[in-house]
Design a protein around this ligand. Structure first.
Ligand SMILES: Cc1cc2nc3c(=O)[nH]c(=O)nc-3n(C[C@H](O)[C@H](O)[C@H](O)COP(=O)(O)OP(=O)(O)OC[C@H]3O[C@@H](n4cnc5c(N)ncnc54)[C@H](O)[C@@H]3O)c2cc1C
Length: 462
């Protein structure tokens, strides 16, 4: 038996993988009996913010990670591919169908029992071994957080980040906003792993003149933020800064960040705007659009006032406001082995955002490996470590070996994978070659360790 605590992205994937290896699983999820500050439903694998799993091309590290997961028989990827909505070369999903289908699949698995209870302490060890996987995410409940803190000591850290608002499509002023993608659909290279999927015209753009930008900038920098408990200890993840924090760094920071206009031409004036706010479709029906990179902790009334200064959003109705939230994670290098087991207890695993990774896909990926390895322990086999040249292996290596003094949760990037011995000069070619090596090494490794999922990979846009 494997005990999985937390039915989010990591926990659902972990339960699925362990059960796929023929092991009984109990999955304990505290919702709906005990809600969190951001989850809105009782479904497993609920996406709490963006509906994007980010880039889906092999030249993009998260695209590679997703492809590896497909080949490992990932439930999250199978359902993600099935519930895809248009988002250029990114994989974005219909959040409701996604969570619904993961929930149905997990609950219907004959070896998985889902219990709706809060677990308040780390489970004690069992003989014979019954491994436990803690996958309670960034909003781990208080009692369990306290017990984890006691277990890992002072290395148990937390910080805050913030989420983007969502608007109702019919309230966007389409005489101001225009649909387009950067570079008119032909991007020379993805700008970075963090800004994928901007190549195909799926985005709604709200253009600003210099005067409109100044008005917006002044409003953002003087608006009132929500107060946060323990605010002095606030540490934002650099890749997810609230707009008001970015704006406070200088007048042009937003214009070179989420409001950058490069590669976009406003068709009404046939030139590049001074600044742009981009919106991305958030559900399959196309009724909801989220403001890309516009996470914020402004008070909700202030969000109404400030965001309506954006041309095209003057009458926007907000389906969800941006907000600030707690993010709990362990200092992974001091706590975890490369197998996602804790250093102190071989039968105890940590997966998901709590384990010190960042992002939906990375959380599910860690759950995948933790689930396989917990099942291996039950079968008295050695836990598995994917080659470091794969994205799965690189992520595991990073969380267990990074500098513990300044540990920050990590997204998958090519930067944490070993360089190629003879790397092509061009970045796109280099990334593709690194991805090809990864998929080759994954296949060899899977054969070596006898992993026999007959996982079919889905075609990738490349
Ligand atoms: C507000 C917010 C916005 C985010 N936005 C994004 C984003 O846009 N894109 C992105 O890639 N990542 C985002 N993340 C980061 C991260 O990818 C997500 O939090 C992701 O859901 C993490 O997956 P997980 O499985 O680790 O945790 P979760 O999906 O949160 O799952 C953990 C589960 O454990 C349950 N639980 C907690 N404590 C207990 C307990 N004691 N007993 C039983 N059950 C418990 C919770 O109810 C929850 O269902 C965001 C995080 C937060 C908090």
């Amino acid at each position: 038996m494997v005990h999985v605590i937390g039915g989010g992205l990591a926990g659902s994937e972990a339960a699925w993988q362990a059960a796929s290896m023929g092991v009984r699983v109990t999955l304990c999820e505290m919702r709906p009996n005990r809600p969190t500050a951001v989850h809105q439903t009782d479904r497993l694998a609920e996406l709490v913010c963006s509906n994007s799993f980010r880039g889906d091309k092999l030249e993009n590290a998260v695209g590679l990670l997703k492809e590896e997961m497909r080949r490992m028989g990932s439930l999250v990827m199978e359902v993600g591919d099935r519930t895809r909505v248009p988002a250029g070369t990114a994989l974005a999903v219909d959040r409701e169908r996604f969570a619904e289908e993961v929930t149905t699949a997990v609950q219907a698995h004959p070896l998985i029992t889902v219990k709706r209870i809060e677990i308040e302490a780390i489970p004690a060890g069992h003989t014979p071994v019954e491994p436990a996987i803690i996958a309670t995410g960034p909003l781990t409940s208080e009692c369990l957080s306290a017990d984890i803190a006691a277990f890992v000591g002072t290395d148990h850290l937390y910080f805050y980040d913030a989420i983007s608002p969502i608007v109702l499509a019919e309230t966007i002023d389409w005489t101001r906003a225009f649909r387009a993608s950067r570079w008119g659909g032909v991007s020379p290279e993805p700008a970075s792993d963090a800004s994928p999927g901007q190549e195909s015209g799926d985005y709604v753009n709200c253009p600003l003149t210099a005067d409109e930008y100044d008005r917006f900038y002044n409003a953002v920098t003087t608006a009132e933020s929500a107060t946060v408990h323990d605010f002095d200890q606030t540490k934002f993840f650099e890749g997810c800064l609230p707009i008001e924090v970015m704006a406070s760094r200088g007048r042009d920071t937003l214009r070179f960040g989420p409001m950058k206009p490069v590669g976009l031409i406003d068709p009404r004036v046939a030139r590049q705007p001074y600044a742009v706010v981009q919106l991305r479709q958030d559900n399959l029906a196309g009724e909801h659009f989220s403001l890309v990179g516009f996470q914020t902790q402004l008070k909700w009334g202030e969000q109404d006032r400030v965001l309506r200064l954006i041309p095209g959003l003057e009458r926007a109705e907000f389906v969800r406001y941006g907000m600030i939230h707690r993010n709990t994670y362990i200092n992974a290098p001091t706590v975890l082995r490369e197998t996602w087991q804790t250093r102190q207890r071989a039968d105890l695993f940590v997966a998901g955002q709590l384990s010190g990774v960042e992002g939906y896909v990375e959380s599910a990926a860690s759950g995948l490996m933790a689930g396989l390895n917990a099942a291996a322990l039950v079968h008295s086999r050695e836990p598995l470590v994917a080659p470091r040249t794969t994205a799965l292996g690189a992520l595991a290596y990073y969380v267990s070996h990074a500098d513990a003094h300044n540990y920050q949760p990590t997204n998958i990037t090519f930067g944490i994978m070993p360089p190629l011995p003879q790397a092509p000069k061009r970045r796109a070619a280099r990334r593709l070659a690194t991805a090809e090596r990864a998929l080759h090494d994954l296949a060899v490794w899977r054969a070596d360790v006898g992993l026999k999922h007959d996982a079919q990979s889905t075609p990738i846009v490349s």
